[in-house]
Design a protein around this ligand. Structure first.
Ligand code: KIV
Length: 265
């Protein structure tokens, strides 16, 4: 079975087919995501919050991202795997950015994602020149949470919307194969989607994008520390897990588990 390629991914937009993207961080969920028929996995630095329990994504390291990306990429049979470049892995200088991006490909990712607009244009040009496909990410960019003052909708006023539109166009011209639009008004996401020929992938950006991405644990109802407005829980696995664990404890305490059925005679 062959992996979905970047040109095939881009064809979705031309064919008017919606793209479904989800995050995954380990082999177990990669298998489940693929069994459900999803074809694009982002190994997001959101793992800093949902796996590591940190308040934001800023402390996630290259080694941690490579560890998770390797697990996902080794397991995925069909999905296009995208590795999310963590804070400080591409900002400091161009050489380091290209080298770190290449390390994601060495552990099996097909592409990388980086956050930001004009400051990363040179990075995108260099990475794509050396054969490293890059997904862009504009709007609310979690790695800039200290500058933006929180996880807020971006591009609400005319100047902000114009800035994000210009960033999107510049990123497309620099060579990104797709663009994540996070927490921007639907009208702005629609305009960007119409103006670009590459796919837009929305998260809190409305219906008009070419595809959607959500954090896996959010959509499964596993992570409820903070549930943004744009998340729709399609399952309630935290509630199921709590119920199972409480029953397990009760049954051990009252002698109902294990029975002969779970024991060797
Ligand atoms: O880190 C992440 O999971 C992301 C997506 C939610 C877009 O950047």
């Amino acid at each position: 079975m062959s992996h979905l390629t970047i040109p095939e991914f881009q064809q979705y937009k031309k064919q008017g087919k919606k793209l479904t993207v989800v995050t995954a961080y380990d082999a177990l969920f990669t298998r489940i995501v693929e069994e459900a028929g999803l074809e694009v996995i982002l190994v997001g630095d959101s793992l800093g919050m949902v796996v590591q329990g940190k308040p934001n994504t800023l402390s996630v390291t290259m080694d941690e991202m490579l560890y998770h990306t390797r697990m996902v990429a080794q397991t995925a049979k069909r999905a296009l795997v995208i590795g999310d470049m963590p804070f400080l892995s591409y900002q400091a200088n161009l050489d380091e950015a290209v080298r770190n991006a290449g390390r994601f490909l060495q552990v099996g990712a097909a592409a990388v994602k980086i956050e930001g607009g004009m400051p990363v244009i040179e990075r995108v040009e260099a990475m794509t020149r050396f054969g490293i496909p890059v997904m862009g990410h504009v709007g609310m960019t979690p790695q800039s949470v200290n500058q933006s003052g929180g996880y807020r909708v971006q591009g609400k006023d005319r100047a902000g919307a114009e800035r994000i539109l210009q960033e999107a166009k510049a990123l497309e011209a620099a060579g990104v194969f797709a663009l994540v639009l996070e927490c921007v008004p639907s009208s702005l996401a629609n305009t960007i989607t119409q103006e670009l020929s590459i796919p837009t992938i929305g998260i809190g950006a409305g219906q008009g994008c070419d595809g959607q991405v959500l954090v896996l644990y959010d959509l499964l109802g596993l992570f409820d520390d903070f549930v943004p407005k744009f998340v729709k829980p399609y399952a309630h696995l935290k509630a199921d897990a709590l119920q199972a664990l409480r029953r397990y404890k009760e049954e051990i305490e009252c002698g109902k588990f294990p029975t002969d059925a779970e024991s060797y005679q």
